[in-house]
Design a protein around this ligand. Structure first.
Ligand code: FEC
Length: 314
């Protein structure tokens, strides 16, 4: 008999339309509505990005479908059928909706995974807490993937992307050795460090592994997309890092936003528009590695870690 295992694929979520930005932003701000100025600023950023106003929605839909296909394609466990459900942190269908849909489909056992490879109690930890609470009250046994930041297939997929862009720098006349590889991820409040949170260390581990595999020695890590709140956030921010690199006569920079797995606002605006504008002001050449999106290599990472966790369900 075939056993069905649910897979709750969790992602940040994005509004469905410009009209939905206010309630989305209010949700991110834990129920506090943004000021008119903050709202306009966010809407302007969505309007500025190319590739569709809310590309994260489409990208997450594709990733969820591709993961389900990957999990069932080779059907290593002949008696298991994986069924993927989506659960978003700040938009419909919310994490709780995803768990509810699993319960309605008769799922009794499930694995939860977040489309973000690095664990922080403030990011992945928050998704897992919400899913776990809902699963407990819905009678679903759930196991969770907490991080996959050093999975060999992830390191390979990222280092291939780095090498491809270094080839392009070379074709454009630069020496590979003169390109500074700049890894980045979403900043979080500095207080996570005193909480012993693994987020920063995991990001540095991914950076080191990717640089080594791509044969790059000139690299560093920087933060991006810090929140606009009064408390201090982890830095330096990528815009300041670019200014510092320019002072050191660095002309070529390759951005590798390893904390993200999809094209969305924080990549398409914060890097491709905002950081790009600073780079051109400083007369630097900035390129960015391609996002993982639904690359089969990334789906293989996700399906490996989901299967591992599924093996722990009794
Ligand atoms: O394309 C899109 O529509 C969504 C892009 C998006 C992603 C994303 C990922 C992460 N965030 C993380 C932490 C925070 C914290 C705050 C915060 C605020 C925002 C705002 C927008 C936004 N985030 Fe986000 N984040 C994305 C978008 N994020 C929009 C609100 C306006 C702004 O500050 O720019 C601050 C909350 C507060 O005010 O208290 C904290 C982390 C990630 C990466 C892991 C993950 O994907 O979950 C961490 C994508």
């Amino acid at each position: 008999m075939t056993t069905q295992i649910g897979v709750l694929v969790m992602s940040y979520g994005t509004p469905e339309s410009l009209e939905g930005v206010e309630s989305y932003y209010t949700h991110i701000r834990r129920g506090n509505p943004p000021s008119a100025e903050q709202l306009k600023d966010l809407k302007d950023r969505y309007e500025a990005i190319v590739g569709g106003v809310f590309p994260l929605r489409e990208n997450t839909d594709r990733q969820v479908k591709a993961l389900q296909d990957a999990l069932n394609r080779d059907n290593r466990e002949k008696d298991i059928e994986y069924i993927c459900f989506q659960g978003l942190k700040h938009a419909h269908p919310f994490i709780e909706d995803g768990v509810e849909r699993m319960a309605e489909s008769g799922i009794k056992q499930a694995v939860g995974i977040v489309l973000a490879p690095h664990y922080s109690v403030m990011s992945v930890g928050g998704y897992i807490k919400r899913a776990r609470e809902k699963a407990e009250s819905s009678g679903i046994q759930m196991a969770f993937v907490e991080s996959y930041h050093l999975h060999p297939k992830l390191i390979e997929a990222l280092s291939k992307r780095v090498s491809a862009r270094l080839d392009q720098f070379e074709e454009a006349g630069a020496n590979r050795e003169d390109v500074r590889l700049l890894f980045s991820a979403h900043s979080l409040p500095e207080r996570i460090l005193s909480m012993g949170d693994p987020y920063r260390d995991q990001l540095l581990e991914t950076s080191k592994a990717v640089a080594e595999q791509a044969g790059v020695t000139s690299w560093q890590f920087t933060w991006q997309s810090a929140g606009r709140t009064a408390e201090p956030w982890l830095g330096p921010d990528i815009l300041d890092t670019l200014r510092e690199l320019s002072k050191d006569q660095v002309e070529y920079v390759l951005s590798a936003p390893i904390g993200f797995v999809s094209d969305h606002l924080e990549v398409l605006y914060d890097l491709d528009i905002e950081a790009e504008a600073i780079a051109s002001e400083l007369d630097m050449r900035l390129m960015r590695i391609e996002s993982l999106n639904s690359d089969p290599a990334f789906m293989a990472v996700l399906s490996d870690v989901v299967r591992d966790r599924a093996g722990e369900l009794k």
